[in-house]
Design a protein around this ligand. Structure first.
Ligand code: DGY
Length: 321
């Protein structure tokens, strides 16, 4: 019997994922969820044929070069900006990701942040917990309307569309900006506009763009200045799409109403200013964090690996070329 390919799983995964992979691979799994330095990761990956990584693993050319037998990288994430696709292409390494299984959960999270930010849920809860609530007042924690407001979605892919579908229940006008027109815009009741027009008109802006060199700092000081002073900005996409330092300045100066952020430029480190401004809701990259969604992601990554090991077509390959 031929030796099974060698797989490294960089982070703790659900037991059923290990069960799914075990018949096909000789596995080293980080079930203790130890934190590895890049050098430790490279050392463990060096003799592996396959890697199961997550979005916080940096799979750069140095790591790829350190793994001469590597043939497939399966990431348990829809985003793959952490993988050097050019280096993979040059080496003929197959890459897969996990689209679809997290779409609805992530769209729900965009809405959770939008509602919490617009209606100042976290800010008022902290105030209440601190014992400040003595009496009701007409002007206490006045927020922004969500129903009937204008929603601007930057990036109209699967998750952007799922965000838009939910907006219809709130009778919102939906604007979107995207590299190309979305085939489903009529079905979503969404209007295609330029980025600046969207920023000027939207009451709530949701970012759902993939991160790349082209989308780096899509929202910076100039864009924040275009937004309404009452507008909210929601980022469930990737850190680096927003210039966090510029956002802190804008929040401090009241140039926008508030922000709801699940992702950060240097996460898990945060721009310290974000912790000081009250009108921001902060969550630790949990956009897809429902049980079914996270299990779905891990199982899909495993299915890609098994397909590769069996010589079958991958369910969700990433184009590297
Ligand atoms: C993704 O799937 O890209 C999410 O950000 C989780 O890492």
């Amino acid at each position: 019997m031929a030796a099974r390919p060698k797989l490294l799983i960089t982070r703790q995964v659900f037991d059923e994922v290990i069960d799914h992979l075990s018949p096909h691979f000789d596995i080293i799994a980080n079930q203790a969820d130890d934190e590895w330095t890049p050098a430790e990761l490279a050392q463990r990956a060096a003799d592996r044929d396959a890697l199961f990584v997550v979005a916080s693993d940096r799979v750069d050319r140095a790591l790829i070069d350190a793994c001469p037998s590597l043939k497939i990288i399966a990431t348990g994430s829809v985003g793959y900006n952490h993988i050097d696709l050019k280096a993979c292409h040059e080496r003929g390494i197959t890459v897969s990701n996990t689209p679809d299984v997290l779409t609805e959960a992530t769209a729900d999270m965009a809405w959770a942040l939008l509602m919490a930010t617009a209606r100042r849920i976290c800010e008022s809860e902290h105030w209440l917990r601190a014992g400040h609530w003595q009496r009701w007042a007409f002007d206490q924690f006045l927020g922004a309307d969500v129903h009937g407001a204008t929603l601007g979605i930057l990036g109209m892919g699967r998750i952007g569309s799922a965000v838009a579908r939910r907006a219809r229940g709130f009778d919102m006008k939906i604007l979107y900006s995207n590299r190309s027109r979305a085939a489903n815009e009529a079905e979503l009741g969404a209007h295609f506009v330029g980025k600046d027009e969207l920023l000027e008109q939207a009451d709530h802006v949701v970012l759902v763009l993939p991160y790349s060199a082209q989308t780096h700092h899509t929202i910076g000081a100039r864009e924040l200045a275009l937004m309404k002073p009452t507008a909210t900005l929601i980022n469930i996409a990737r850190g680096g799409i927003v210039d966090d330092a510029a956002l802190v300045q804008a929040l401090r100066a009241g140039r926008i109403g508030g922000a709801g952020l699940d992702v950060y430029e240097n996460e898990p480190a945060l721009d310290a200013g974000l912790l000081d401004v009250p009108n921001v809701v902060l969550t630790p990259h949990i956009g897809s964090a429902t049980r079914s969604s996270r299990i779905g992601m891990a199982i899909l990554a495993a299915r890609n690996l098994v397909a590769f090991a069996s010589g079958a077509a991958l369910p969700t390959p990433v184009a590297t070329g």
